[in-house]
Design a protein around this ligand. Structure first.
Ligand code: ADP
Ligand code: MG
Length: 254
């Protein structure tokens, strides 16, 4: 079972092409890290996979377990097992955190089935405690007034509660101090297993000290230009990206 991104070309609606023939396969049970400089298309990739309406796919395909998801709306993709932790989590005033996650879980049940409230809160509190999120956050509006670190932990809380088959984590490490980074990494690590494929988008090798990737990819100019083991992340940390740019046969658009 895998999430396969196949020769994908995508652009901002009526705008510039950002993904230029991107191919990547994320298998369940494995962690794929994607690294790349600012503006290389990492967040665009994550949003295109999730079905963000700002972007248009001009060619290529995205297959979940062999089936194209391109015709599916974002909520259908979510119910099918896809999860995206945003680089910049959205604030949703007026919707409490507990009701938000509850509605997402309820939407996964067959019609007529009702989520069991006592069980739901027991699970929620357990995950919140593990992520060191105060229980007062159940009543607060989603992300509203949360600090950067609280937002990132809240994204991981959603992932843990929704139990996806494929999770895309877009710079979930950014803006975290070392203690928060460890909490987030523990949260992700505790979810890893044969039923979860992870696309870990990061700028820094630091996160990969805590969440060990099986594979590291470099995204440059809207394409995956290099794939190797975890040692590649260390090399990027010390050498930057220019050496890869120089080794490419085709120049990478800025
Ligand atoms: P990364 O996450 O790797 O830093 P992004 O995917 O956010 O890169 O952005 C890649 C390029 O696409 C950037 O030049 C960015 O300005 C542009 N871009 C992304 N989304 C939009 C959008 N909605 N409208 C206009 N330009 C966009
Ligand atoms: Mg980004």
């Amino acid at each position: 079972m895998s999430l396969l991104i196949k020769d994908l070309h995508a652009r901002v609606k009526d705008g510039q092409e950002i993904l230029r023939g991107l191919t990547l396969e994320i298998e369940q049970g494995r962690v794929h890290a994607v690294m790349g400089p600012n503006g290389s298309g990492k967040s665009t990739l994550s949003k295109v996979i999730a079905g963000h309406p700002d972007y248009e796919i001009t060619s290529g395909d995205i297959l979940m377990d062999g089936k194209s998801i391109l015709a599916m709306e974002a909520d259908e993709r979510s119910r099918a097992g896809l999860f995206l932790a945003f680089q910049y989590p959205v604030e949703i005033p007026g919707v409490s955190n507990a009701n938000f996650i509850r509605a997402a879980l309820q939407a996964r049940l067959k019609s007529g089935e009702e989520l069991e409230a006592t069980e739901y809160y027991a699970d929620l509190y357990q995950e919140m405690d593990a992520l060191q999120i105060s229980r007062t956050f159940t009543a607060r509006s989603v992300n509203e007034g949360f600090s950067g670190g609280e937002k990132k932990r809240n994204e991981v809380l959603q992932m843990k509660m929704l139990n996806p088959a494929y999770a895309i984590l877009d710079e979930t490490d950014s803006g975290l101090d070392i203690d928060a980074l460890k909490i987030v990494a523990d949260g992700v690590n505790s979810q890893l297993g044969p039923k979860l494929g992870v696309l870990l988008i990061t700028h820094y090798q630091r996160l990969l000290d805590y969440i060990r990737p099986d594979v590291v990819h470099v995204l440059l100019g809207g394409r995956i230009v290099r794939t190797a083991g975890p040692e590649l992340a260390l090399e990027l940390e010390s050498k930057g990206y220019d050496w890869i740019r120089e080794e490419l046969a085709e120049p990478v658009p800025a």
